[in-house]
Every structure is written in C-alpha cells, then in structure tokens.
Design a protein around this ligand. Structure first.
Ligand code: ATP
Ligand code: MG
Length: 365
C-alpha cells in the first residue's frame, strides 16, 4: 500500500512553507525586487500542494493564508512602492484560482481512480464466479457421465441377477434339499430380491421417466397404496388410517408415479412407528393446491439429519438404500409440486406432498 504522510504533517508543511515565504518577504529589503518576485511565485508551490492533497477547499485556504501572511509586507511597502504592493495584493485572487483548479482536477482524478478500483474489484469478482461456474460445470459433466455409466451398469446387472434368482427358484422347487442347502438357497433368493429392489430404486433415480398425465381419482391411488402396505403394517399391528376429504376432485397426474411416492412415504412411516401405533394418510384441497400428508408416530428425524433425508443414498437403516425419499422428491418436483417433512408437535413426522390442482394434463415440452 502507498505510504501517506499523516494529515497533521501535511497541513503543517503547507503552513510552514507559506509562513517561511512571507518571512522572506519581510526580511528582504525592498531594493532586492527580483528576490521578492521569486518569493511571490514560490507561494504557488504550497498552494498547488494543498490543492492536490486536500482538494479545492484546501487550495483556497492556502491561497487565503498566503494573502493574509503577506499583508504586513504589503502594508509596509505600500507607502514607498504603491504599484508593487497593489500588484502583490492582486495576486491573491490568482492564488485562489490556482488552488481551486488544482483541487478540482485532483478530486476528479481521485474519483476516477476510485471508480477504476471499484470496477476492477467487480471484474475480479465476476471472473472468480465465472471460474467457479466453469469448475462446477466440469464437475457436473463428469458426474453426468458417471451417472450414465452406473445407470447402464445397473441395468445390465439386472439380467444376470434375474437368472440367479430364477435358477435358485428352480433348485428350490425341484430338489429335495437338505435343510442347510435349502437355507442357503433361501438366502440367495432373498439377497437377489434385495439387490433387484436396490437396482430398481437406483434406475428410477438415475433415469426418471417423464410423468404420463391422466385425470386421476386420488382415492383409488391412496386405497391401492394402503392395500399394498397393509401386510407390512399388520406385521407391527400398526393401524393405517386413510382420511380423504369429500371435496377431493379428480386431478391430472401420473397415478403410477404418485403410487411410488406414497408407497415410499408410507413404508418409511411404518418402519419408524413402534408396534401398535397409527399412520394417518390424509388428502384434500388446501389453498388452491392438493395436499397429501403421511403422518406417523415414529421416532422422528434428528435435527442434524433433516437437511440430508432427500439426498440420494442417505439412510440410517441397516438395509436401506437411501433412495426412497430422493426418488419421491424427484417425482413430486416433476409434477410441479413440493415434498416437505415436518416434525409433529407430539411425536413422529409428517411428510407433505403439495401438488398444483390441475384438472387437465399440462402441455408437455
Ligand atoms: N417417517 C420417518 N420417520 C423417521 N425417519 C425417517 C422417516 N422417513 C425417512 N426417514 C429417514 O430418512 C432416511 C432416508 O429415507 P429414504 O426413504 O430415502 O431411505 P431409506 O428408507 O433409509 O431406504 P429405502 O427407502 O431405500 O428402503 C431414512 O433412513 C430415515 O433415517
Ligand atoms: Mg425409505
């Protein structure tokens, strides 16, 4: 950074310079007129310096000080050399003009420099942002390529997996197996099912299909999901209670995709709720939107995890894939809606799906 002398020091330098020149005027005999001429012109130095340093006000102040401090010399010489003294007095407006001019020019220069510095800072910031975006784009491109690759791999894994599960099924059916072998085949079948579920979820997430809109009665969708999950709820003696508003009109949506969303939410709710609890599934219009809610009496979600539950592969379950909520979130967004989670005032969580109340299928791009 450039060194700048303190303000007090710069004021003192200007004042000292002017007083020294006025002192020379007083001490030098009038007969040495050429020296007085030199002193008179020397006043411009501190005046211009004051204008450059303190702006036009500083320039004027220095010019006035020069005029005042030279007044005793003018007073003493006006009797002997009136022309000379008047010349010197008339110099004062010229001093003021010089002070103002240098001050104004210096201020303009300073302002231009500040503008330039601001523009440079802004340009640097924009350049940095551009650089960051470029980096992010490169990363996104790499991730996209990786996503395509893993989706292709996942797809290819399904065929051999189906063959393994099929072969295990044939062995289980056709052979009279010993207890231990039958147990091993059971494990193979179960793990194949689990892997198949994981691959299905992953493919749903990696290659989401566009919604196929049709006018849908949500009662039918909710009833079918409740039926599909009754078995899982029954195993824990959990009561599944649908509560559907009589004002619920048919809406345009993809019933298959919405079934997938509700299945994920209700299964999560059942898994979180302790034995004998209740899971409430409600649906109805709310403020020009359609609101579907799944409310459980479970253990809730720790504050630290709440921001991450919609991230792919985030799970706190031993056998979870962590893709259920991210798939659901993606489907709801495709429908132009929102999926949110909120803690209940008592215990458990409520997951809310809010959809635009479309009665006709939207124009697809
Ligand atoms: N109703 C809920 N109550 C408490 N925690 C929940 C609830 N729903 C989701 N979570 C938390 O969010 C995490 C992510 O849920 P998500 O459905 O995406 O995956 P998952 O259930 O763990 O696995 P998957 O759905 O593939 O079986 C869960 O592991 C759980 O910690
Ligand atoms: Mg889940």
């Amino acid at each position: 950074m450039k060194y700048q002398r303190p303000v007090g020091g710069r004021v003192a330098a200007v004042v000292a310079g002017i007083l020294a020149i006025s002192g020379q005027h007083l001490l030098t005999p009038l007969s040495l007129l050429h020296w007085h001429n030199v002193f008179q012109h020397l006043y411009y130095l501190p005046i211009v310096y004051a204008g450059l340093t303190f702006g036009w006000r500083g320039g004027v102040a220095a010019a006035v000080l020069a005029g005042l401090s030279n007044a005793p010399h003018n007073f003493l010489s006006i009797g002997a050399m009136p022309g000379y003294a008047i010349d010197q007095i008339l110099d004062v407006p010229l001093f003021c003009a010089a002070g103002i001019l240098t001050g104004v020019l210096a201020e303009r220069g300073r302002k231009q420099r500040a503008d330039l510095e601001r523009t440079t800072a802004r340009l640097t910031e924009v350049y940095q942002k551009l650089q960051d975006n470029f980096e992010r784009m490169k990363r996104a491109e790499r991730l996209f390529a990786l996503g395509q690759l893993s989706a292709g791999l996942a797809h290819e894994l399904r065929n051999p997996l189906a063959s393994i599960a099929g072969a295990a099924g044939i062995l289980q059916r056709d052979l009279r197996l010993e207890h231990r072998d039958a147990e091993c085949l059971g494990i193979i079948t179960k793990e194949c099912q689990r892997l198949n579920g994981l691959l299905t979820h992953f493919l749903d997430f990696a290659r989401p299909r566009a919604p196929k809109y049709q006018t849908t009665d949500l009662r039918v969708v909710i009833d079918s999901v409740v039926e599909l999950t009754t078995h899982a709820a029954g195993e824990k003696a959990i009561r599944l209670r649908p509560e559907i508003s009589p004002q619920l009109a048919p809406v345009a949506c993809d019933p298959e995709l919405l079934t997938q969303v509700l299945l994920n939410l209700i299964i999560n709710a059942i898994q979180a709720t302790p034995d004998g609890g209740e899971v409430l599934v409600s649906a109805g219009p709310r403020n020009d939107r359609l609101l579907i809610q799944v409310r459980d009496e479970g253990w809730g979600i720790a504050a630290a995890d709440r921001d991450r539950i919609f991230d792919p592969f985030f799970t706190t379950k031993e056998n979870g894939t962590g893709l259920g909520l991210s798939v659901a979130h993606q489907i709801v967004e495709q429908h132009g809606g929102m999926l949110t989670a909120a803690e209940n005032s008592g215990k458990g969580m409520t997951f809310s799906v809010s959809l635009p109340l479309r009665h006709e299928r939207p124009h697809e791009a």
